[in-house]
Design a protein around this ligand. Structure first.
Ligand SMILES: *Cc1c(COP(=O)(O)O)cnc(C)c1O
Length: 226
């Protein structure tokens, strides 16, 4: 597994998607999802020029973060238990799985002590699969209004996961709906919630997600391995 080669191949695909959609590479951030891999592979990712790290379990991430002296910019992408916030809040710059007010409240409590504003994505369950976390699309506006009470939680965007499809093209409607939801919400011009970002697209479907407006893609198996 050579992360550098994978990244090169992925960047070629990203360029093609950008051309198709008339977008620019500079508006995209690749998150290397390292939840399946060890420290050596993470170091290889840094050497290849990757900066953004995605982890989905607090306990695993904590050990890795400490071993790497906090190198990189860390994104929490998994389901986040409220009682784990205190262990991760000082290590992660972004949380992609904000899906309930009790979690916002806990992030607020812990982040305010550190004087830190945490950039969060509100997770939306567009596909409606009950195995997936996230708010249903019609709950999101009210949720974002409520976030006004939590000034250390900044909703910078929306996140979704599409179901795995043999034929990635089938994920397109999911990503398109998240983009439409973002555009509708942006009409409110919430001062407390910029909502400029979309975290969507994984190894199997990132090219489609980019065509539909992703600004952060989360790549594990195709980039750093499984
Ligand atoms: C594991 C994971 C990814 C990466 O998945 P790959 O298909 O390996 O790219 C992305 N996002 C989330 C939320 C994940 O849990």
């Amino acid at each position: 597994m050579q992360v550098r080669n994978n990244l090169q191949r992925i960047q070629e695909q990203m360029k093609q998607s950008c051309e198709k959609a008339n977008r620019e590479m500079k508006d995209l951030t690749v998150i290397a999802v390292t939840k399946y891999v060890d420290l050596d592979r993470m170091k290889e990712a840094f050497e290849a020029g990757l900066e953004h790290i995605g982890e989905s379990k607090v306990q695993d991430a904590k050990g890795k973060w400490e071993a790497l002296n906090g190198q990189g910019i860390w994104h929490f992408i998994g389901h986040l238990q409220t009682n784990k916030v205190k262990d991760m809040i000082d290590k992660f710059a972004y949380i992609h799985s904000l899906d309930r007010i009790s979690l916002a409240k806990e992030i607020e409590k812990r982040a305010s002590v550190l004087g830190k504003i945490v950039d969060c994505f509100v997770q939306v369950n567009i596909s409606g699969e009950d195995t997936k976390h996230g708010l249903s699309p019609n709950e999101v506006e009210k949720f974002i209004l409520e976030l006004k009470s939590y000034p250390h939680v900044r909703a910078i965007g929306l996140m979704t996961m599409a179901p795995y499809e043999q034929e990635p093209e089938k994920t397109r409607p999911i990503f398109r709906q998240l983009k439409e939801l973002q555009l509708n919400l942006q009409r409110n011009k919430f001062d407390h919630a910029p909502l400029t970002e979309l975290s969507m697209g994984m190894s199997n479907d990132f090219h489609i997600a980019i065509e539909e407006g992703a600004t952060f893609v989360r790549l594990g198996s195709s980039l750093v391995g499984e």
